[in-house]
Design a protein around this ligand. Structure first.
Ligand code: IVH
Length: 691
């Protein structure tokens, strides 16, 4: 490469690495694997070593990634938070050992620890009390996330035992895999209920526990962080006076002060023992409840650590050995096309079963038509499959040397595999959709499932499999059909469960007791409040909160069906898009018939009157901001204001007329409102005004 080309490549690599750092640390949404990142970084390091004149001071090879976000106060680290040198090769690990041995005169020991795949945190304790927690940031200063870190149960607020009066402890915050799967699934359900399209859902879900943990720690609302059930392992103590003679000793001390120290570490007396630990953990890591991406090898003796010192960015006394994402080759049997609840089509590779990361994989996602095109997938190909942090394995490549001479290219279908409607693909989107939302079976079943779900009509005894069974038996096709079901139709009804991830289905039947429960559950659901029914109808973009607001604003279904798009859109936090979906829903004759039938079965299609719910124009033209906690929910309070002609706004400005102050309202808001001389009134004052 000539020097001009080298300079161009260095600039290109720097820009790309900076972008990937930003995606990883700030957005918690990387688009390349750690391995790919490390390869780019290595290439840049190599070029900079050969052409130092082109190496920039802010090159990603010198500056630590960076997770600084705007919303937190920045704190300078007393001891910089450095990164570690890393390698994927046994030889480079042995080279590291050789370098250490040149300095080590006495007995050399290494501590091998798990390399937790989370985000680094530095916590300061003063007189045994948690003072401050700061993220790594750019290595020299990070975000103060104390309030969020205090919600993590395994991080003690107060220490026990004999701790130094002032010290910092470093560690890793992470999320257990099970928690990740549960929370991501909840997030998925919420997005579905909000009517978000399936391909957008995939973008908004967290890719792996690390991203979820990092996204959580950056949240502004600590009570939300608390719900994320984060965990932490601590692995390094920094204090001005010496605390211990060796790393292993300091881990034991940290543990005695009450810190969560992972006990899966080994003290090794030579590099062969280190290598044996690395290999052992490579096999065992899939059984852990959390992700690790390698092993950190640290010189045990602190005096030797000091002697070895640091380079500009990394310690010379430690190195990370990173595991490559495991990839296996297997035979592609068929490709099937799943139709989701929103009509989005997902191509799935059905594979010859193969063992990967501790589980047997039989299916892998092919995401969309573009991805299949990129892979240039042919019939009976041999494909590489990876797990890489995500729950669903993915096909990453094709082994061309194994391709059959007569193999033909797999063509993406033009019609829905379930209902034969022509598939559509919106401009600029990767996903194909079946638009037959009112008659395509999986879409219909999805809507019925949503109707009976816990957060909607909450009909006991009706899980998704039973709903699908009732649909397939021809008993339920619309919401209203549930209310015509008879005990005799349910008792003993046999149906096949839907295919599980392995493509298997089983026979099930409804027992007498369940049949009774279902009938009772259906009857009880007739008393569900109007807002829940409105949510259950499955209008796109009408989630629980929106349904509540609309129900309270319009009072009953007839008012809502008569309302114009503008009337709906002008409600606080509703807007054009939601209004359009509501209008579209009621414009459909089938939906209107459905609602009419539900009415005849005695379902709640109006709000039961409550205090303040009568309409008036007492508050006409006045702007209100509601802040803090009240005797009723904030949404209810806002609805009362709106029903009486008031307007709700989201921030304090000169044009605000009233700030309704509840309990625990933030002091900044109070100050700002006072400074701008805005009337601050209580919930009771508002009610008095209305009376
Ligand atoms: S020691 C100066 N130990 O890996 C060395 N780091 O790639 C301080 N990490 O920034 C780090 N597990 O966020 C250390 N057992 C462990 C670790 C660990 C995960 C992270 C840490 C560090 C990064 C370096």
């Amino acid at each position: 490469m000539n020097s001009q080309a080298t300079q161009a490549r260095i600039n290109e690599l720097s820009a790309s690495l900076k972008e990937h750092n930003y995606r990883y640390y700030t957005l918690s949404n990387p688009i390349i694997s750690d391995y790919e990142f490390d390869q780019l970084l290595k290439e840049l390091e190599q070029l900079e070593a050969n052409f130092p004149e082109f190496a920039w001071a802010d090159s990603p090879t010198r500056v630590v990634g960076g997770d600084i976000t705007k919303q937190f106060e920045q704190v300078t680290h007393k001891y910089p938070m450095l990164s570690l040198g890393n390698t994927y090769s046994e030889q480079e690990l042995r080279d590291f050992d050789e370098r250490v041995k040149k300095v080590a005169v006495e007995k050399l020991e290494y501590v091998c620890e798990l390399k937790f795949d989370g985000l680094a945190i530095s916590i300061t304790y003063e007189n045994g009390k948690l003072l401050r927690a700061v993220t790594r940031g750019d290595g020299s200063k990070g975000d103060d996330v104390t309030a969020n870190v205090k919600t993590i149960r395994s991080i003690p607020h107060v220490l026990k035992g004999n701790y130094p009066s002032l010290f910092e402890i470093r560690g890793e915050i992470f999320m257990h895999r099970k928690t990740f799967e549960r929370l991501n699934q909840n997030l998925r359900m919420t997005l579905i209920e909000l009517g978000v399209d399936e391909d957008k859902i995939i973008e908004r879900l967290y890719k792996n526990p690390r991203n979820f943990a990092s996204g959580s720690l950056k949240m502004q609302d600590s009570s939300e962080v608390a719900k994320r059930a984060l965990d932490a392992f601590l692995y390094f103590v920094y204090a001005d006076q010496s605390v211990a003679k060796s790393h292993a000793e300091s881990l034991a001390l940290a543990s005695s002060w009450g810190f969560h120290v992972n006990q899966n570490f080994a003290v090794c007396s030579n590099i062969d023992e280190v290598w044996a630990f690395i290999q052992k953990m490579d096999k065992e890591r899939h059984q852990l409840s959390f992700d690790i991406d390698g092993i950190v090898i640290k010189v045990n003796d602190y005096a030797l650590q000091q002697e070895l010192g640091f380079t500009a960015k990394i310690p010379r006394w430690a190195i990370a050995y990173k595991y490559k994402t495991e990839s296996v080759l297997t035979y592609l049997e068929t490709v099937s096309y799943q139709v989701g609840r929103t009509g989005a089509i997902t191509p799935v590779a059905n594979l010859k079963p193969v063992s990967l990361g501790g589980t047997t994989v039989k299916r892998a996602s092919l995401y969309n038509a573009d991805e299949m095109e990129r892979l240039d997938l042919h019939t009976h190909d041999w494909v590489y499959v990876e797990k890489g942090g995500e729950i669903i394995p993915k096909v990453t490549g094709v082994e061309l040397s194994k391709r059959d001479l007569f193999a033909s290219k797999i063509i993406y279908p033009t019609h829905c595999p379930e209902c034969n409607t022509q598939l559509q693909r919106k401009e600029g989107e990767a996903v194909h959709y079946c638009t037959n939302d009112s008659h395509c079976p999986p879409q219909l079943i999805g809507r019925l499932e949503h109707f009976v779900s816990r957060r909607a009509m909450n009909i006991e005894g009706l899980g998704s499999e039973t709903v699908s069974g009732l649909f397939k038996a021809g008993l339920v096709k619309s919401y209203a059909d549930f209310y015509q079901l008879k005990f005799e139709q349910l008792d003993g009804l046999e149906f096949e469960t839907t295919e599980d991830v392995d493509g298997k289905s089983k026979k099930r039947s409804i027992k007498e007791k369940t049949a009774n429960n279902i009938i009772a559950g259906i009857e009880a659901s007739k008393n569900m409040p109007f807002e829940r029914l409105l949510f259950a109808l499955g209008i796109r973009m009408v989630g629980e909160t929106v349904a509540k607001k609309i129900a309270r604003q319009f009072g009953n279904i007839d008012n809502l069906m008569k309302a114009s798009k503008e009337e709906i859109a002008e409600m606080y936090e509703i807007g054009e898009k939601i209004a359009e979906q509501v209008i579209l829903f009621f414009a459909d004759e089938e939906n209107r018939n459905n609602v009419a039938q539900l009415k005849t079965f005695g379902l709640q299609l109006e709000v039961v009157e409550q205090v303040g719910l009568e309409r008036s124009n007492i508050l006409d033209g006045k702007k209100f901001l509601v802040s803090g906690a009240f005797s009723i929910s904030r949404d209810e309070l806002k609805a009362i204001i709106e029903r009486n002609g008031g307007k709700i706004v989201g921030s304090i400005s000169k044009s605000l007329d009233y700030l309704i102050a509840g309990e625990k309202m933030g002091p900044e808001k109070l100050k700002k409102a006072t400074d701008l001389q805005i009337k601050i009134i209580s919930e009771q004052d508002l009610m008095a005004l209305l009376n």
